[in-house]
Design a protein around this ligand. Structure first.
Ligand SMILES: Nc1nc2c(c(=O)[nH]1)N[C@H]1C(S)=C(S)[C@@H](COP(=O)(O)OP(=O)(O)OC[C@H]3O[C@@H](n4cnc5c(=O)[nH]c(N)nc54)[C@H](O)[C@@H]3O)O[C@H]1N2
Ligand SMILES: Nc1nc2c(c(=O)[nH]1)N[C@H]1C(S)=C(S)[C@@H](COP(=O)(O)OP(=O)(O)OC[C@H]3O[C@@H](n4cnc5c(=O)[nH]c(N)nc54)[C@H](O)[C@@H]3O)O[C@H]1N2
Ligand code: SF4
Ligand SMILES: [Mo]
Length: 720
């Protein structure tokens, strides 16, 4: 008898948009993946990547059992042997060289995975190493940095209230391609259309005329890495033209005068030529922003992965605050999620930290318990006490995603031992001695711990696993738990007291946090007279809508004085660097590196790891270097020509795409490609290899303040 067709509802966990999806399947056979019209948040929206969940599930290249690298290639081994070998090596290396000799790198899918979100922290603590790294310092670290110093908690990230704003200023983000980031808003395209339909406007500031810019009411090209100046000039104008409107926030703000003083020299006239935006445009933009009934400035990757990311994020918050657009409907707002990570960590004091230790080689401060990903290679390659001799990577592919990938290749190769928890043998994991492959996607249960808390509405949704795992498979959290237990057993001083982790499954954990959270059983009854617990979510497979964002201040603040700090010293001081580098140094570049490199994302791609889905990668080559016709003509380059792009650290040979949709002087290559490297086992990805832009980005180019990678604005030269 054939099995019946069944329907399963869940949340797509590939990007931050948290789209509800509806999967029809017969047993283990997937028949269709569509948008879930009944999901109260995403309302049926999906993108082409959702269907690739099927490709990942069925991918013959995906590892299903642990493998060990030998001189004759990879061999399958048992879980028990794999765990033994990993723990033996890690403990031996720590015993011989000290705890910091083992490093760990956690990649992006960790934050899209309930199990790793809950079970990584105890595992990391068990390693007791200072050499912790993650994709955070290649991404949103500057947001955390600004939040920590302004609001007292690194996780207090404001999100733009897109559904209610009248004026949306987007800097360095391309949500039509990325589907939004630190702004979880399924179907962002429709939300932007609604904004325009209700008479609102959105304006994009970007060195490229992006998919989002094309739909905007206005777009302004900006020279890469100069947004801090634009924001300073806007704030300067707000003060100069008396446009400050603190509203409700006035009693819980400090350092207004310091901020005014800090920005006073940055007139629109003084920054116009450097940013490429005229003084008149900057003033007009500021007036439009302040005159709008509600407005919100929002910046993402373009601003946080540049040399002044910390300052940019501080200034964006400040602009919103000064104009009455903070913690108010239509402005930048904080969320109140059902699993309230910020609430709990505010109570326990885990609000973040800065400079508790420094990196050994470059002396860069740790933030939030992690060192910058840009120092990872040198910590492995530079000999001496404290050198990293072994590394654990969890759901990360730094060879393609962190700066100076070729150096990372060498660094991983030089290690005594490496273990990767990953589903593929890819550019990074090919260096591992052992790979421990978890379940993924449709085989896992899901509650979006991180993205509910970055969402533009308060919602909650739990998805059970669609497919049972095979007996031989392990979930990420089971792998982490087992490693932790075995490491602890070998440790003369085990990390005691955390053993409740052993007894709590992710589902029970979520239930406990929901019950004690802001909508929990006895505190707030929003659903049919009952508070939320896991059963509420079981009974609402499309998700539960908990309403629009609400004002949260001053209660949510965690600064000592319960006030917003508008001008933290450390950020104000960094303006010297902005001034010196951008206004005082000549912009002429040494060594002929006369173009500035930026990145880009494509709707059908997701960082480095989804290129093994044929339906996503097929079609026209997307891994091209975009350049302006004037720059191309000077170098006698035509579209389709193969060209060499060279930076201080490396070079790539790539197809040129000549287009006036990029600012002259700027070129763009997407990240996540470069699957030509030897030894990877991803057949489709290898066929569509492309080149890695991170073979050009420079590990020495960081935001000196936060340590975040400065991928954008890298000086390069191009020739045919
Ligand atoms: N030049 C440039 N570089 C960039 C960026 C840029 O804009 N420009 N963007 C940066 C940003 S924002 C980010 S977030 C980083 C991402 O950087 P990384 O996180 O290092 O890279 P990913 O490509 O996301 O790699 C994810 C890895 O996780 C594995 N994986 C997928 N699902 C699972 C799972 O369920 N469990 C486990 N254990 N493994 C899994 C994949 O096989 C892959 O190896 O890249 C950064 N790099
Ligand atoms: N389809 C798809 N979706 C994704 C991802 C993906 O790889 N593919 N990755 C996910 C991840 S991990 C993240 S973090 C988010 C990121 O989400 P977004 O931040 O929206 O990502 P991008 O599309 O890289 O947009 C960054 C924009 O900044 C511009 N830019 C570059 N340099 C500068 C600059 O100096 N100033 C200004 N003003 N702009 C600049 C670029 O031209 C680009 O348009 O996307 C997520 N969603
Ligand atoms: S937008 Fe993101 S969450 Fe929505 S379907 Fe696409 S990948 Fe999944
Ligand atoms: Mo990211």
């Amino acid at each position: 008898m054939t099995e019946p067709i069944q329907t399963h509802y869940r949340t797509c966990n590939l990007c931050e948009a948290m789209c509800g999806i509806k999967i029809e399947h017969r047993g283990n056979e997937i028949l269709s993946i569509k948008g879930d019209e009944d999901d109260p948040f995403s309302k049926g929206h999906i993108c082409p990547k959702a269907t690739a969940l099927q490709d990942i599930y069925e991918d013959p290249d995906r590892l299903k059992y642990p493998v060990r690298r030998t001189v004759d290639g990879w061999e399958e081994i048992s879980w028990d042997d794999a765990f033994d070998e990993v723990v033996e090596n890690l403990t031996a290396i720590q015993a011989k060289y000290g705890r910091d000799a083992v490093g760990i790198y956690q990649g992006n899918p960790n934050v899209h995975n309930l199990g790793t979100m809950l079970f990584s922290p105890p595992f990391v603590r068990t390693l007791r190493t200072k050499n912790r790294f993650s994709a955070t310092s290649s991404d949103q670290l500057p947001h955390h940095f600004a939040a920590f110093f302004m609001f007292g908690h690194q996780l207090l990230l404001p999100v733009p209230d897109v559904d209610r704003t009248d004026f949306f200023l987007i800097l360095g983000a391309n949500p039509i391609a990325s589907n939004g980031s630190i702004m979880t808003a399924g179907g962002i395209g429709n939300r932007l259309k609604d904004l325009q339909r209700r008479g609102g406007k959105f304006v994009v500031i970007d060195p490229r005329y992006t998919e989002t810019a094309k739909r905007a009411d206005a777009h302004h090209f900006i020279k890469p890495g100069t947004d801090a100046l634009l924001l300073l000039a806007m704030i300067c104008t707000v003060f100069e033209e008396d446009l400050v409107d603190l509203g409700r926030l006035e009693p819980f703000l400090t350092q207004l005068d310091t901020l005014q003083d800090a920005v006073k020299d940055f007139s629109p006239e003084s920054v116009a030529s450097v940013t490429g935006i005229s003084a008149e445009t900057i003033r007009e933009l500021t007036r439009e922003f302040t005159n709008a009934k509600t407005a919100v400035a929002y910046g993402r990757i373009g601003l946080s992965t540049q040399a002044y990311g910390g300052v940019c994020n501080w200034l964006i918050n400040s602009l919103n605050i000064l104009t009455g657009n903070f913690d108010e409907a239509g402005g930048a707002m904080f969320t109140r999620p059902a699993f309230d990570l910020v609430g709990i960590t505010s109570l326990t004091g885990q609000v973040g930290n800065y400079d508790r230790w420094r990196s050994r080689v470059r002396d860069l401060p740790a933030f939030g318990g992690e060192l910058p990903s840009s120092v990872m290679a040198e910590e492995m390659l530079t000999e001496g006490d404290g050198q990293i001799k072994a590394i654990v990577t969890v759901a990360g592919n730094p060879v393609l995603s962190a700066s100076n990938g070729e150096q990372l290749d060498q660094a991983f190769e030089s290690l005594d031992f490496m273990v990767s928890i990953d589903i593929y043998i890819n550019e990074t994991t090919r260096h591992a001695n052992i790979i421990l492959p978890p379940t993924t996607g449709l085989e896992t249960e899901h509650y979006d711990l991180v993205f509910h808390y970055l969402a533009i509405r308060n919602t909650a949704k739990y998805s059970p696993a669609l497919f049972d795992k095979d007996d031989n498979q392990r979930h990420d959290y089971e792998i982490l738990s087992e490693l932790r237990a075995r490491m602890d057993a070998k440790n003369p001083r085990p990390t005691r007291g955390k053993d409740w982790f052993k007894r709590l499954s992710p589902r029970k954990f979520v239930d406990m946090m929901l019950r004690t959270g802001p909508y929990g059983a006895w505190l707030y009854p929003p659903v049919e007279g009952q508070g939320i617990n896991i059963h509420t979510l079981d009974n609402n497979p499309h998700g539960v809508d908990l309403g629009a964002l609400v004002p949260m201040l001053p209660d949510r603040l965690v600064t000592d004085d319960r006030k917003i700090h508008l001008a933290p010293d450390i950020l104000v001081k960094d303006l010297d660097r902005v001034r010196d580098d951008l206004l005082e140094k000549s912009s002429a570049q040494a060594d002929g590196y006369d173009l500035h490199l930026i990145g880009r994302r494509h709707l059908r791609s997701n960082n480095s790891w989804m290129h093994n889905s044929r339906r996503l990668v097929r079609g026209k080559n997307r891994c091209t270097v975009m350049m302006h016709p004037d720059d191309a003509e000077q170098r006698q380059i035509d579209s389709g020509d193969m060209v060499t792009v060279k930076s201080r650290v490396g070079e790539v040979y790539v197809e040129a795409e000549v287009t006036d949709q990029i600012m002259s002087g700027v070129v763009s290559i997407p990240h996540g490609w470069g699957h030509h490297r030897e030894g990877i086992q991803m057949e489709v990805a290898s066929e569509y290899a492309g080149v890695s832009v991170n073979d050009l980005t420079d590990d020495q180019r960081i935001d000196q303040l936060t340590g975040n990678a400065a991928f954008n604005g890298v000086p390069v030269l191009i020739f045919k």
